[in-house]
Design a protein around this ligand. Structure first.
Ligand code: G1P
Ligand code: ZN
Length: 546
């Protein structure tokens, strides 16, 4: 290829390209600034030399700016000597599908265009994430190298030719680089067929059982249509909001009780459906609902672990289980019973990577509607839904029965999370600093029936590579096993978001059917008092309760 077709474009650094909990996420307008995307992408190519001559997987959740960014990244890949790019048709690939393709085709890495569950459209958010050759999110050392590079960048390389039409499946060339545009769904669906009992699930869906899946106008629509409708025989109407839209239909593609309220409503009343589920913008989150019931993601992880032997892909035994620190301790109890290891990691999927790669764990999950296993290196929304559907098909029980039986056996971890969004960053930082300053004086303090036993600022030492991550959230533990955790979000794009996580344990089956709000009220008040949330933020209530 003649060097003349590759342009070296002069640029100047931006100082805000440090990745958060999950990639670089900003309002669309920030990405639309000249050279903004290009600088970050060049930093990836500069710091990941294995991509030169290598294979890159590329796709996104279809949000506004996805197609433009795909075109730019393809031309920059050609400009930086990438050997081959596999890209999803129309630029679509879910986050777990990218992880799977990286592993299946032994790619050197993948680029995912998504701001996950953040709203999209011209006034919404955009984002870019890099996944390494194991299929998982780039660890901090890698994203930090990107950031350092972006601070000193002075040019980027881009091919002057046109990228192919990404709407057409097939093989193309751009300079010396090969581009394969593939069906985004096929490989992923094949993996699901290897893991789960599709015959049993097909039978269940044909038996009068009612399922609804809400794709929230985001990436999982095409995946769910193929898996539930084509492969499992579900009526097409059972897949709601199945067409990915650049602005997600104006919605907030976050599968939780607030943003998927319409789906929740379908599980209520006399004609409530048996099973309902939803996924987020890029397809890695999941929400599980049964008739008149909601499964907290923390319980979901525990129940998945407890029922693994029922699922073909996990029948031959499992390693341990890991949960992010704020996730309830329900999975720990299952692990102890099964005699397998359990781990507590900081918030963010990247911390599970080493544990999965070194076979310390099979399952992992976060309270933030993320659940997954060693089949990929991302959380996987549809995988979790199919896991539950397979449990339902295999056990013949309802979601509510499975939950109740689980609590009877292991005890119930009541759980709730309160989010205060868009608060002033200075106030939020001060609140956390003041909590940190109180850590030594908290133990022994009594609030009604609750006495604080211990308090700390969570820090984690990776058991594989000994990397230490500090300041991962303030934890307060009570003598009765309850916990309060405070941390600031690392994914928000407006001001700061304070997350308060609350957990209390109830071993007595006679007291396990209470309303979560009632059970948690005392802890909510303590959380407010200890941190002074109302007084400092002027907020009387959280913006989102999950
Ligand atoms: C949030 C969730 C976290 C999840 C991340 C990416 O991060 O809390 O569990 O891994 O989104 O989906 P946060 O905004 O809390 O930093
Ligand atoms: Zn997501």
């Amino acid at each position: 290829m003649s060097e003349a077709s590759i342009q070296q474009v002069p640029t100047t650094p931006f100082d805000d390209q440090r990745a958060g909990t999950s990639g670089l996420r900003k309002p669309v307008g920030v990405f639309e600034q000249p050279h903004y995307l290009e600088n970050f992408v060049q930093a990836i190519f500069d710091t990941r030399p294995e991509l030169n001559g290598g294979l890159l997987i590329l796709g996104g959740d279809g949000r506004f700016y996805n197609d433009i960014a795909i075109g730019i990244i393809l031309r920059m890949a050609a400009g930086n000597g990438v050997g081959r790019v596999i890209v999803g048709q129309h630029g679509l690939l879910s986050t777990p599908a990218v992880s799977h393709l990286i592993r299946k085709y032994q790619a050197q890495g993948g680029i995912i265009l998504s701001a996950s569950h953040n709203p999209g459209g011209p006034d919404g958010d955009f984002g870019i994430k890099f996944n390494t050759a194991n299929g998982g999110p780039a660890p901090e050392s890698v994203t930090e190298a990107f950031f350092q590079k972006t601070l000193e960048i002075d040019s980027y390389r881009i091919h002057t030719g046109d990228a192919p039409d990404i709407g057409r499946i097939g093989g193309f060339e751009l300079g010396d680089m090969r581009i394969d545009i593939i069906d985004p769904v096929r490989d992923y669906a094949g993996m699901m067929q290897d893991l789960f009992d599709f015959d049993a699930m097909r039978e269940l869906l044909a038996s009068g059982f009612q399922l609804r899946f809400d794709a929230m106008h985001a990436i999982t629509g095409p995946y769910a249509r193929h898996i539930f409708t084509d492969l499992l025989g579900a009526p097409a109407e059972w897949i709601l909001n199945a067409t990915p839209l650049p602005d997600f239909g104006g919605g907030h593609p976050d599968p939780n009780l607030k943003h998927a309220a319409a789906l929740v409503a379908l599980t209520r009343g006399e004609n409530g459906v048996d099973f309902a589920a939803a996924s987020d913008g890029d397809g890695d989150r999941n929400m599980i609902l049964g008739k008149h019931c909601f499964v907290t993601p923390s319980d979901s992880l525990a129940i998945i672990t407890a029922n693994a032997a029922m699922i073909p892909g996990y029948r031959n035994g499992i390693h341990g289980v890991a949960r992010s620190m704020p996730t309830s301790q329900a999975a720990d109890r299952v692990a102890e019973r099964l005699g397998i290891a359990h781990y507590e990691t900081p918030t963010g999927w990247k911390y599970f990577g080493n544990l999965l790669d070194h076979r310390r764990i099979t399952f992992c999950g976060e309270e933030s509607f993320g659940t997954g296993s060693d089949h990929v290196r991302e959380k996987d929304g549809l995988w979790a839904v199919l896991f539950w559907l397979n449990i339902l098909a295999g056990s013949g029980r309802s979601v509510a029965d499975i939950l109740a039986a689980h609590w009877r056996e292991y005890g119930r971890n009541y759980y709730t999370r309160h989010d205060y969004e868009g608060i002033d960053s200075g106030i939020a930082t001060q609140l956390m600093d003041d909590l940190r300053a109180q850590l030594d004086s908290l133990p022994g303090q009594r609030f009604g029936e609750h006495t604080i036993a211990w308090a700390d600022d969570f820090s984690y030492t990776d058991p594989i590579d000994a990397t230490v991550s500090t300041h991962q959230g303030i934890r307060i533990g009570f003598e009765n096993g309850s916990r309060i955790v405070y941390r600031l979000s690392g994914t928000g794009t407006q001001g700061a978001t304070l997350r308060v996580y609350l957990e209390s344990f109830e071993p007595d089956p006679a007291k396990q059917q209470h309303d979560t709000r009632q059970v948690m009220q005392a802890l909510v008040d303590i959380a407010n008092r200890v941190a002074g949330i109302r007084a400092r933020t002027g907020r009387n209530a959280p913006d989102v309760i999950t």
